[in-house]
Design a binder for this molecule. Structure first.
Ligand SMILES: *Cc1c(COP(=O)(O)O)cnc(C)c1O
Length: 453
């Protein structure tokens, strides 16, 4: 930490000094001015977790308007996986913006959309004929996956899981489990959505994956009926719900049941996709092959893009013109996505996610050994969380998580919380972060935890 004021760089990317540097308190005076303007101009319903207003970002840092340089362990919620203002992405976006910004793919198409579809068909799990449709947000893509499954099966019901998060539109609010803040007062919600129990090993001692799947399938068969069920929608590792990694065999048993019952298995990989978990997709880890896979967040380096990819016979079930939207597969977002895919492959980012995972897990499990408030360290690759509890129990310690996160923020480290009870600290560093910066971020987190009562 230094008190020397520095000039604020005007551009991001990895050329930014890769350091934590606090020159004011967080948030500083200029950020607080902007926060006051925000309060007067932006609905308070849109909250800000750490109101340090950003002017540049890249590598593993975010630089704020006061000249503070923060360590980024959040990637804007698993979006800037290849690094903020990644040079390939920035160049592709600039070139595309200079050529044309929009035509609407449904009116006069362009090759970027087709190229992204080809790449997704090639890279997603499953060795069969696939098709892709592009959208703007994760929620929009999840909704479209459900539309496709309903048309293809001629059935209506959809099953989602405890602790699941799928977005904030009407149908995806219905799919999302947690009331506060996502659903409260916003109903009525879309009908024909049912909830099944998740495999949550930390809170589910002794229930292995196949047993947890049988428990879920029993609920589905008794309360919904396979003959009514169009689709099962599940995150292979839950994001907002607390980085819940289901027990091995849970997903595979669900897929098997879906296959046998003409139910579409939809993997929501919006948070887990694109190298985040140390595989290109989280389903790859267990060899699980979804019928439809939904991607967004990490797909385009910060540009809004989302996709549904899957079996050609399902994807082609809706009538011609039945899917689309004004901006879906915007050419600039597609150019960014192609640059992201090239970067993941060229820079070996799947392997980098595993390295980051090893570093983070080693450090956190060492902390856990000396701190009974850490109930569990879990996740995969660069998607790791610690669940905080009252020592010796599984009772959630939400206030502790909030206190540790706030202390880390004050020290210039961006960490996020999650979980049904809000008691989970989650780490989603960009894969462009250096080991040194990551280590320093973990030091700050460890100090914050040690100081918290
Ligand atoms: C973020 C998220 C969504 C919603 O994506 P948006 O782009 O915010 O609409 C859906 N599913 C999962 C698993 C997510 O993490």
């Amino acid at each position: 930490m230094t008190a020397t004021p520095t000039t604020i760089p005007s551009t991001g990317g990895p050329s930014l000094p890769q350091e934590r540097r606090l020159v004011t308190e967080i948030p500083g005076p200029r950020s607080r001015e902007l926060a006051a303007r925000k309060d007067a101009a932006v609905t308070h319903a849109v909250g800000t977790m750490l109101p340090a207003y950003v002017v540049a970002a890249g590598g593993g840092v975010l630089v704020d308007v006061d000249g503070n340089s923060l360590i980024d362990l959040g990637s804007g919620i698993a979006v800037t996986t290849v690094g903020n203002s990644n040079p390939r992405v920035a160049a592709a976006v600039a070139a595309q913006a200079a050529a044309f910004t929009h035509t609407c793919f449904m009116i006069t198409p362009y090759d970027g959309y087709v190229e992204v579809a080809e790449a997704l068909n090639r890279l997603t799990p499953g060795d069969f004929d696939k098709r892709t449709a592009l959208f703007n947000s994760g929620a929009e893509a999840v909704e479209n996956a459900v539309k496709i499954a309903r048309v293809a099966t001629g059935k209506q019901a959809v099953v989602a899981f405890d602790h699941g998060y799928h977005g904030r539109t009407n149908l995806t609010m219905a799919l999302t489990a947690k009331n506060m803040p996502y659903k409260h007062g916003f109903g009525p919600f879309a009908p024909e959505v049912y909830r099944a129990p998740m495999s949550y090993p930390f809170r589910d001692a002794g229930v292995d994956g196949p047993a947890a799947a049988r428990r879920a399938i029993d609920v589905i068969e008794k309360q919904v009926g396979a003959a009514n069920l169009a689709a099962v929608v599940i995150e292979p590792i839950q994001g907002e719900g607390g980085f819940v990694v289901p027990a091995p065999g849970f997903l595979a048993a669900l897929v098997e049941w879906c296959r046998a019952n003409d139910v579409v298995f939809i993997a929501d990989e919006v948070q887990t996709g694109f190298a985040r978990t140390g595989d290109l997709f989280a389903c790859d880890h267990e060899g699980v092959v979804p019928d439809l896979i939904v991607t967004a967040k990490g797909i385009a380096g910060g540009l809004p893009l989302a996709a549904v990819t899957g079996r050609a016979e399902l994807m082609d079930a809706p009538h011609v013109g039945g899917l689309g939207g004004t901006y879906g597969g915007n050419p600039i977002a597609c150019a960014a996505a192609l640059a992201v895919i090239e970067t993941i492959e060229a820079d070996g980012l799947v392997g980098r996610a595993r390295e980051i995972g090893d570093l983070v897990v080693d450090r956190l499990t060492a902390l856990q050994a000396a701190d009974p408030r850490i109930g569990e360290v879990r996740g995969r690759g660069a998607m790791i969380a610690v669940e905080l509890v009252k020592p010796g129990t599984t009772e959630p310690a939400a206030a502790l998580a909030a206190q540790v996160a706030a202390a880390a923020h004050a020290q210039g480290v961006v960490v996020l919380t999650c979980g049904t009870w809000g008691n989970v600290l989650r780490l989603l560093p960009p894969l462009s972060i250096s080991d040194a910066l990551l280590g320093e971020g973990l030091d700050v987190l460890a100090d914050a935890l040690a100081a918290a009562k």
